[in-house]
Design a binder for this molecule. Structure first.
Ligand code: UT7
Length: 321
């Protein structure tokens, strides 16, 4: 049995922040941001919370799937920006939904989070443990970003996306690859609370996202291309057979480099980075929901999904829609 997506949902905060708005706060401009990243605007949370956005996306995905919250057996929520350390946002969403029969687990794999969570759901389905699983990717990165650092603050946005999965004999996830390289973690990091107790008194510590942009860029192009090549080869697929590639929306130039590497048609790589910015773990499910609702994904179509980011982590999925 395969884990198969039968419903999707998403949510974006109301406030839209354009490149022109940002240029009023840091030394930047629309031309630089557009040409280097393909981002024109992003949604930023003002009244929204991580759990609240995840709940909205989940509610819409359940509606789309025609499933009641109490039917769920598992909730897997991927985030690096929860509202609390305890309880997890996964448990908060379980309570908000009234999904009383579902275990709720949170997973941190940064921008690869949703893809890794889908793989985890697939493993549970294959093992015959659960058959009704809700997977969510949600981020409020705006609270982890240094708004005075023009190198990072222009990149990120907030939002949530979700998918409901059930067991299917034919459609759904066919294969996946997923990787981590902790030795390269410093390329993209954000500190948690520093050690501070009766015996250790620390001063203030940097807690914002810091990134070696060029290092992450090179890593992303190389590893995403590699992981897709690997999936195609071991499933005896040619690029011509793939109908759609849903890649993490970090930067339009990263996606264009992958297209060039695969010698693929640009139209098979839908993007929403221009409107949403880089929403980390939420970007793949946000785009997935747009594509599902617009009818872009056709039943039986072969789809590749890829995530990559902090950790460093990366991975790709081959699925039949
Ligand atoms: O989800 C995964 C996480 N992250 C990513 O995928 C990010 C991957 N990396 C990137 O997308 C790119 O590296 C960035 C968009 C972050 C940066 O683009 P870049 O072409 O690598 O620029 P750079 O960092 O080499 O900076 C070039 C210049 C520098 O000025 P000097 O030293 O040449 O005078 C920067 O200070 O651009 C300057 N700069 C800016 N100028 C205007 C940096 N940020 C800005 C800005 N506006 N916002």
């Amino acid at each position: 049995m395969n884990a198969h997506i039968i419903g999707t949902g998403s949510f974006l905060p109301e406030k839209v922040v354009t490149n022109f708005d940002l240029a009023e706060h840091v030394e930047t401009n629309d031309e630089w941001i557009m040409s280097r990243t393909g981002i024109r605007q992003r949604h930023i949370a003002v009244n929204e919370t991580t759990a609240g956005m995840a709940f909205e996306a989940a509610r819409r995905a359940l509606d789309d799937a025609g499933m009641l919250p109490e039917e769920l057996e598992m909730i897997l929520l991927a985030t690096v920006s929860p509202d609390h350390i305890v309880p997890s946002a996964a448990c908060e969403v379980q309570a908000m939904l009234g999904a009383n029969n579902a275990v709720a687990i949170e997973l941190n794999a940064a921008c690869s989070g949703f893809v890794f969570a889908l793989n985890t759901a697939h493993a549970y389905v294959m093992a015959g443990i659960y058959t009704k699983i809700l997977v969510i990717g949600v981020e409020t990165l705006s609270k982890l970003v240094d708004w005075s650092d023009r190198g990072t603050c222009i990149l990120f946005g907030d939002g949530a996306g979700a998918a409901v999965l059930t067991a299917d004999e034919c459609a759904g996830i066919q294969d996946f690859v997923q990787y981590a390289d902790g030795t390269k973690g410093e390329a993209l990091l954000c500190d948690a609370k520093p050690l501070q107790n009766l015996f250790v008194q620390n001063g203030q510590q940097q807690r914002y996202v810091r990134m070696d942009g060029q290092e992450v860029f090179k890593f992303a192009v190389r590893r995403v291309s590699e992981s897709i090549d690997q999936l195609l080869a071991r499933n005896s697929l040619t690029t011509g057979e793939i109908g759609c590639y849903i890649l993490h929306q970090a930067n339009a130039r990263i996606i264009q480099s992958v297209i060039k590497h695969l010698k693929e048609e640009e139209g098979k790589f839908p993007m929403n980075v221009e409107r949403c910015g880089n929403t980390s773990g939420a970007s793949v499910p946000l785009l997935l929901d747009e594509l599902n609702r617009s009818g872009r994904l056709k039943k039986g179509e072969k789809v590749i999904m890829s995530g990559f980011g902090g950790g460093l982590t990366w991975g790709s999925i081959y699925m039949i829609w």
